[in-house]
Design a protein around this ligand. Structure first.
Ligand code: ADP
Length: 483
């Protein structure tokens, strides 16, 4: 059974105070008892002394031969004398223990033999019976001549003791009840705070943080609440950091997987691209082995072997160039170049090929200068315009547009050709990627043109992107820092 801390604390405090009152009252009551005992002993002892003094007084006038009968003769006088002084019931006994005279108006049935025998042996003895004391002391006239007994009432003392005792019992009860109530109210506040703290820790367990408000208390509970608050914030921060790390890790893994896939495709492509011309060459060689006299085969083999060898040669050259560009930081022979000059020159060079396919090159070129390598720039724009011719349609157009904006020189190479499908847009700058292998191969393409172009542009602090236009065809946008 769960007993709340509030109840436990209240009972504990109540009992503690009750114990304190009990110990205190026991000590006080014992003190009272001792004091009362001392008082009646002294008082009765004094009465015995007065008696003996009185005996000595009256015995000095009596005859010596009366000594034995002295007590018998004077017992009544002595008792009356004492009665007149203290009003205590008194009795006198001779040395045989026989009562000579008593002042008691009541019939005392109390057995006093035990104390009488002691008193006859020259000792003071007493016993308490009910609320009175039977006190016996020896009487002297030179030697002991008898015993005097006082019947003394202790009622007042006993009543006083009882009153004090019941007062302590009442005080104890009141203290217990009051301390229980006070402790209950006070610990109620503390236990409320503890319950709140517990709620906070349960929230942390559930993953809900910072629900604890630090208590405005200048004690351990206040410190504990601050510590839990701090701990909660720290855990939340750490978990957030861990989640961030986890996200980053996940992203890195995804990127790595994508890279792995890219690499696989790249190797697949490379293998395919290199194997195809070699297979063609090998097939022709095998056929010539079988039919060495076939003139048509010989003619065909010559043309195709030359074509495939050329293609293979170009591929190897471009691959090596691309990988060297990616690997090494070549020094670029940068010079101030007006893009208008270079573009116009390329356009006029490409005009012949364009005409062959009935394609019109339209120029809208502004004069603007950049810092670049002439050879590289030629390579870049020849490649782009060559693609625009290769992937164009008869009667198609190529639009070369250049302008300066925001300290940058922009060159657009747009065509009205077959365009590039959306899903291929991200891949065209990857080595050996071709949207349509047959069409690309038909034009002697290798899938290495655009990666080389991109690499060369970036080497000259430029950028290249394929624009997402609504018009038919493709538009490449190139930019370089303007001079
Ligand atoms: P390729 O030597 O095969 O032309 P590129 O790297 O120059 O290789 O181009 C990669 C692929 O991008 C091409 O195979 C082609 O499918 C596509 N492509 C490039 N330029 C154009 C364009 N102007 N219009 C349509 N498709 C293009």
């Amino acid at each position: 059974m769960k007993v709340s801390i509030k109840i436990k604390f209240s009972i504990f405090l109540g009992l503690l105070l009750l114990l304190t009152v009990s110990i205190l009252s026991t000590l006080v009551l014992r003190g009272i008892q001792n004091n009362q005992k001392k008082n009646y002993e002294t008082y009765l002892n004094q009465q015995a002394k007065i008696t003996n003094t009185y005996i000595r007084q009256i015995s000095s006038t009596a005859a010596i031969e009366d000594t034995e009968q002295f007590l018998y003769k004077n017992a009544q006088q002595i008792v009356l004398y004492l009665n007149s002084i203290n009003g205590i019931h008194t009795a006198i006994y001779d040395m045989d223990g026989k009562e000579i005279f008593n002042s008691m108006s009541y019939n005392s049935s109390i057995d006093v033999k035990d104390i009488l025998s002691k008193s006859l042996k020259n000792q003071i003895a007493y016993k308490i019976v009910g609320d009175s004391i039977e006190y016996m002391a020896p009487l002297y006239n030179v030697d002991q001549i008898g015993v005097i007994k006082f019947h003394y009432s202790l009622k007042k003392d006993i009543d006083f003791y009882r009153d004090i005792k019941s007062l302590f019992i009442s005080i104890g009860t009141i203290v217990f009840v009051l301390s229980f109530i006070c402790a209950y109210i006070y610990s109620g506040k503390i236990s409320k705070n503890i319950v709140n703290l517990r709620k906070g820790t349960l929230d942390i367990k559930k993953g809900v943080y910072n629900t604890i408000v630090p208590l405005k208390r200048n004690d351990e509970l206040g410190e504990l609440s601050e510590d839990i608050y701090y701990m909660s914030s720290q855990i939340e921060k750490n978990i957030k950091e861990m989640e961030e790390e986890h996200k980053k890790l996940k992203l890195a893994v995804q990127k790595l997987k994508a890279l792995e896939n890219q690499q696989k495709t790249f190797i697949g492509n490379i293998t395919h691209e290199f194997k195809t011309p070699l297979t063609v060459i090998k097939t022709y060689m095998d056929m010539l082995d079988i039919y060495p006299e076939d003139e048509n085969l010989l003619k065909d083999a010559k043309v195709n072997i030359v074509k495939e060898t050329q293609r293979l040669y170009e591929m190897v050259e471009k691959s090596l160039y691309l990988s060297s560009l990616q690997k090494y930081d070549f020094e670029v022979q940068s010079e101030r170049i007006d893009v208008k000059d270079i573009l116009e020159e390329i356009c006029s060079r490409m005009q012949g090929k364009a005409k062959k396919f009935n394609i019109n090159i339209i120029q809208s070129i502004q004069s603007s200068c950049i810092l670049g390598d002439r050879e590289n720039l030629m390579h870049i724009f020849i490649n782009l315009i060559d693609n625009a011719i290769k992937y164009n349609e008869p009667q198609g157009k190529i639009l070369i547009n250049s302008y300066t904006k925001d300290k940058k020189v922009f060159i657009e190479v747009a065509d009205t050709g077959i365009g590039i499908p959306k899903k291929a847009r991200d891949k065209i700058f990857e080595p050996f990627y071709t949207v349509n292998r047959d069409r690309s191969k038909h034009h002697g393409g290798t899938g290495l043109g655009l990666p080389l172009v991109k690499e060369l542009i970036e080497k000259q602090q430029g950028t290249i992107s394929l624009l997402d236009t609504k018009e038919k065809g493709s538009t490449f946008l190139i930019s370089f820092p303007a001079l």
